[in-house]
Ligand binder design. Structure first.
Ligand SMILES: Nc1ncnc2c1ncn2[C@@H]1O[C@H](COP(=O)(O)OP(=O)(O)OP(=O)(O)O)[C@@H](O)[C@H]1O
Ligand SMILES: [Mg+2]
Length: 239
């Protein structure tokens, strides 16, 4: 294939596969019970793509996001990121990949309530050893890019839900990740606010970040390059 891959609503420049998933399985053990959350997923995600993961509650979407985000390891199967097999790496190596390559917008990754959003966004840069002045400048620039330039010294509880979500996106982008993972970034928001979040994410994607987002909203999925659907731990109509 040359030039680009035709997907969903458009054509994405084909710079190769960034995330390669093969035969991915995840079994959770709860007491004597086993939950087969993923039962053999094959999926290629291209560099520069914006892909939606859909499917009913409990179908394995968040489990897949956690594994692709190197927060969790598969029970079986392969996950390659940028050609590197990361499926059997230990926690230290996984943490390093997470910090360098991946940004998260998950409901469980909340902003710290006692810090301003500028401090929240600058925090990952502090862990990365960026000096104070530089990280404040970068955090300001990121918050401006999601339309929060006039809210820098607000705490998260002084913002609306949509503004908080945009601040979380700015924080996820602090280390300039190759991959942005967003688990229902517009889920709890009204449609207008959701659209603003989606627009921010699209701009980020257009600048080169590969975006993987979980959504229940068909309109959100339709505005991605491609959508795939999980059902009972398997991809439907897998190609
Ligand atoms: N930590 C866990 N321990 C045990 N079982 C789990 C755990 N996390 C998820 N599961 C189970 O794995 C299955 C997939 O869960 P997952 O969270 O991936 O679903 P989901 O598609 O994200 O659903 P939702 O749309 O409701 O967020 C579910 O049956 C769930 O109960
Ligand atoms: Mg989920």
């Amino acid at each position: 294939m040359s030039g680009g891959i035709a997907v969903g609503t458009g054509v994405v420049k084909d710079d190769g596969i960034l995330v390669r998933v093969r035969g991915l399985e995840r079994i959770y053990k709860v007491g004597d019970e086993e939950v087969h959350a993923l039962r053999g997923i094959d999926l290629d995600i291209h560099r520069g793509e914006m892909i939606a993961i859909m499917g009913p509650s409990g179908s394995g979407k968040s489990t897949l996001m956690h594994i692709v985000g190197c927060l969790d390891s598969p029970t079986a199967g392969i996950l390659e990121i940028d050609g590197e097999d990361v499926s059997r790496l230990g926690e230290v190596r996984l943490a390093s990949i997470r910090n360098r390559r991946i940004g998260f917008v998950f409901q469980s990754f909340n902003l710290l309530p006692r810090l301003t959003i500028l401090e929240n966004v600058a925090l990952p840069l502090m862990y990365a050893g960026v000096p104070l002045k530089a990280r404040r400048a970068r955090a300001k620039e990121l918050l401006e890019s999601v339309g929060l330039g006039d809210r820098l010294s607000h705490n998260p509880n002084q913002l609306s839900g949509g503004q908080r979500q945009r601040a979380a996106i700015a924080r996820a982008l602090a280390n300039d990740p190759a991959i942005l993972l967003a688990d229902e970034p517009t889920g709890a928001l009204d449609s207008l606010t959701g659209q603003a979040i989606l627009d921010s994410v699209k701009v980020i994607n257009a600048r080169g970040t590969t975006v993987i987002l979980v959504t229940h909203d068909p309109d959100v999925a339709a505005s991605c390059h491609r959508a795939v659907r999980l059902k009972d731990g398997l991809l439907e109509g897998a190609a």
